[in-house]
Design a binder for this molecule. Structure first.
Ligand SMILES: Nc1nc2c(ncn2[C@@H]2O[C@H](COP(=O)(O)OP(=O)(O)OP(=O)(O)O)[C@@H](O)[C@H]2O)c(=O)[nH]1
Ligand SMILES: [Mg+2]
Length: 700
């Protein structure tokens, strides 16, 4: 369906438009710590500083309390217990498919709101601040920032809390809970790609919460950009997802996030002013009851090096003062008295300490040691829980166990089951889409998540913290329907690849019981395939997909739902080359093994019996003696005997190693690296087991 003019045209009202963007000086925050007030005003260009005489006109405001920011619902009267509109505040989340430019756009917004000093060196995508995010170039954790700007229409300094969210499907849980903090979203769409699978997921979550969206068609400068088509398809998506008329009547802004330009048409202006304008005009101001008893929902947890665990969330009702008594209402229904020792609000990239905050604001409280996501922080006099946070259930699980390899304890700082248990359960406090369960063995824990990447990031994070452990192959989580039928998760898979490699992809997905939903050409001389595939068939699939498409294919997945289980899905067809005794790999030993497949190690690497040292080209495992030394004599016939040339080993990333795992294999993970191994290390025992299994299969 094409986008009707009315629905997609910008709805920025006429009237005075903002005269550029003004940064805030914090004066309207009222309760800011004097130290931060000074620092914040230092960052602001004099011409943009707010004029203390230009606070909001009295007619708009609630006169009984502090100046600025409150407008009552009816009649302009401020009465006890009635909802008032915080016109001095906007809370907005930036949501999109992976890589559509969310973090880059936040960079631009922060820069133009003059959050940085003029001489400050700021790296690109400054919010992607943790090591893993920078290495992988993706956002993993949602992050809060805030800017201030002068709104000439309201004659008011407005604070905009901006939450950047991750776009990768595995971190959808982060996006889901961020929806609790905001009143509207910026939905970014890549002008060349249009809406993608994760766009659908995040938009669905935003619409379900009743949020208004501003559609931001980003990357209009990109080769192949078709803003009109992207907009039409986005409008169709709104309709398809059941948007209300008001939601479908969205404002559209076009941007180039890299250069920090925006426009109400694809002809961009010099800066992001049209985007800021759209936020002020379209994202609803929080409507809150500031006289009600305190209620804050803990949505994110963070750590402050000095003050420990920090709970971040929105104050839904009432107000909070630093040092006041509160109660924590836990998911289990407990009412735990505590104290809100340190209180912060967001300012630019930082948090600034404040004395008090009121309903509508996104705050952080430090010093609540055992706090968990989903808890309500409430007034001790009238504790009332807010609906707790729900996110979609995990679909993939794997075991995390104490490292049982012969090298256990050598490389890790923490390796005991007590430490492993503590760390995994600790993760649950802030990684809400994760589940951890005990198993029959005290050394093994079952960890469930939203996908291989979700679990992979946890493995990598723990490894870097000094933990040593072993993990099993990821498996999907089955469910049983009310009628007793076994159900399994399916994913909608969107693929774009070259016409030459499309056939290979069709073949691979066909073997994995994929059902083709659509196939078509794109304008970019590539083929677009849409499939429904059992999640089982996608575990370990990415590497094969990249090989089949020669690295040029792009694959995106979206959880489709649980459907009746289909028949067997083939897993890895190749076997493993397994070291058959402990020792140090030699060039001579590896040369022999190399004839059977691809090696993962180089000469000089210490191995143990049962360690996987390569991939066998054929199915089934093969024990190889990679430590074998050449029998030396005094006589050498030629240089050939001295020099052994080996092909470069296959170097696997942690994600690839997890994908490679067979059912009877484990990945040993330590701070120094990772090793693949058979679960059962003893070569003879494994041989006997394999024989027995074969006989049983024949009998059956
Ligand atoms: N040409 C062009 N490139 C852009 C634009 N906006 C972002 N990019 C590039 O797109 C890539 C991804 O940008 P990010 O800001 O990391 O995207 P993201 O949406 O935050 O990604 P995730 O958080 O991983 O989902 C980066 O290489 C950016 O430089 C744009 O307007 N034009
Ligand atoms: Mg990002």
């Amino acid at each position: 369906m094409a986008c009707p003019n009315k629905s997609c045209s910008p709805v920025i009202p006429s009237g005075p438009r903002p005269q550029g963007i003004s940064a805030g000086d914090g004066r309207k925050l009222g309760a800011l710590h004097p130290f931060h007030q000074a620092r914040m005003s230092d960052n602001i260009a004099p011409s943009l500083r707010s004029d203390p005489g230009r606070t909001s006109p009295g007619s708009l405001l609630c006169p009984t309390r502090r100046p600025g920011g409150f407008r009552t619902g009816a009649g302009g009267e401020c009465e006890k217990n009635m909802l008032s509109e915080r016109t001095d505040l906007r809370n907005v989340a930036i949501i999109a498919h992976v890589d559509h430019g969310k973090t880059t756009l936040v960079d631009g917004m922060l820069r133009q709101a003059r959050v940085f000093r003029s001489n400050q060196q700021v790296m690109e995508r400054v919010l992607d601040s943790n090591d893993l995010e920078r290495e992988r170039g993706i956002t993993i954790l949602a992050k809060n920032t805030a800017i201030h700007m002068w709104d000439p229409l309201q004659q008011l300094q407005v604070k905009i809390n901006i939450v950047d969210t991750p776009g990768h499907a595995d971190f959808g849980g982060e996006v889901e809970r961020v929806m609790n903090m905001v009143d509207g979203v910026l939905l970014l769409i890549d002008a060349a790609e249009g809406p993608m699978p994760q766009t659908r997921f995040v938009l669905k979550k935003a619409l379900e919460r009743g949020h208004r969206a501003i559609v931001v068609i980003n990357k209009v400068d990109r080769k192949g950009a078709d803003p009109r088509d992207a907009l039409n398809r986005t409008f169709d998506l709104f309709v398809e997802l059941g948007a209300t008329d008001a939601q479908a009547d969205f404002t559209t802004v076009y941007t180039n996030a890299v250069t920090g330009q925006a426009g109400t048409t694809p002809e961009l202006g010099p800066d992001l002013a049209p985007l800021f304008d759209a936020i002020l005009r379209t994202i609803p101001a929080p409507r809150v009851d500031r006289e009600a008893p305190l209620q804050m929902l803990v949505t994110t947890l963070d750590y402050d090096n000095y003050r420990g665990v920090t709970a971040v969330g929105r104050v839904f009702a009432g107000s909070i003062t630093a040092g006041q008594s509160i109660v924590r209402l836990t998911a289990a229904g407990e009412v735990l008295p505590d104290r809100a020792r340190y209180l912060y609000v967001h300012q630019g990239l930082e948090r600034v300490e404040v004395e008090a905050a009121e309903a509508g604001e996104i705050i952080a409280i430090a010093g609540l040691e055992a706090i968990a996501i989903g808890e309500t922080i409430a007034s001790p006099d009238s504790p009332q829980a807010l609906p707790t946070i729900t996110v979609e259930a995990p679909t993939v699980q794997m075991t995390f166990a104490v490292n049982s390899s012969p090298f256990a304890g050598r490389e890790g700082r923490w390796s005991t089951s007590r430490k492993l248990r503590e760390r995994l359960f600790e993760e649950l406090r802030h990684n809400v889409a994760l589940r951890v369960e005990e198993t029959a063995s005290a050394d093994t824990f079952l960890v469930s998540g939203r996908g291989e990447l979700h679990l992979g990031i946890l493995i990598e994070t723990m490894r870097r913290e000094g933990y040593e452990f072993e993990v099993s192959r990821p498996e999907v989580i089955f469910r049983t329907s009310d009628s007793g039928e076994v159900l399994e998760p399916f994913e909608e898979v969107h693929i774009e690849t070259s016409p030459e490699t499309a056939g290979a992809v069709v073949e691979l997905l066909g073997a994995r019981r994929g059902q083709m939903l659509d196939m078509g050409d794109t304008q970019k001389n590539s083929v677009r395939l849409i499939y429904l595939v059992p999640t089982r068939g996608l575990l370990g699939f990415r590497y094969q997909f990249l090989n089949a498409t020669r690295g040029a294919g792009v694959m995106n997945t979206l959880f489709h739902g649980y459907v009746p289980k289909v028949g067997p899905v083939p897993t890895r067809s190749s076997g493993s080359l397994v070291a058959w005794e402990a020792g140090v790999a030699t060039a001579f030993g590896l040369k022999n093994a190399e004839e059977r497949g691809t090696l993962f190690i180089i000469p000089g690497v210490e191995v143990y019996e049962g360690m996987v040292v390569g991939e066998q080209a054929r199915p089934g495992d093969l024990a190889v003696n990679v430590s074998k030394k050449k029998h030396l004599t005094n006589m050498r016939s030629s240089n050939k005997d001295i020099e052994v040339r080996l092909a470069a080993p296959r170097q696997m990333s942690l994600d690839e190693a997890v994908e490679f795992l067979a059912e009877d294999e484990r990945l040993e993970v330590t701070p120094l690296g990772y090793r693949l191994r058979k679960k059962l290390l003893d070569t003879q025992e494994r041989g006997k087991n394999a024989k027995r299994a074969k006989e049983e299969a024949l009998e059956a």
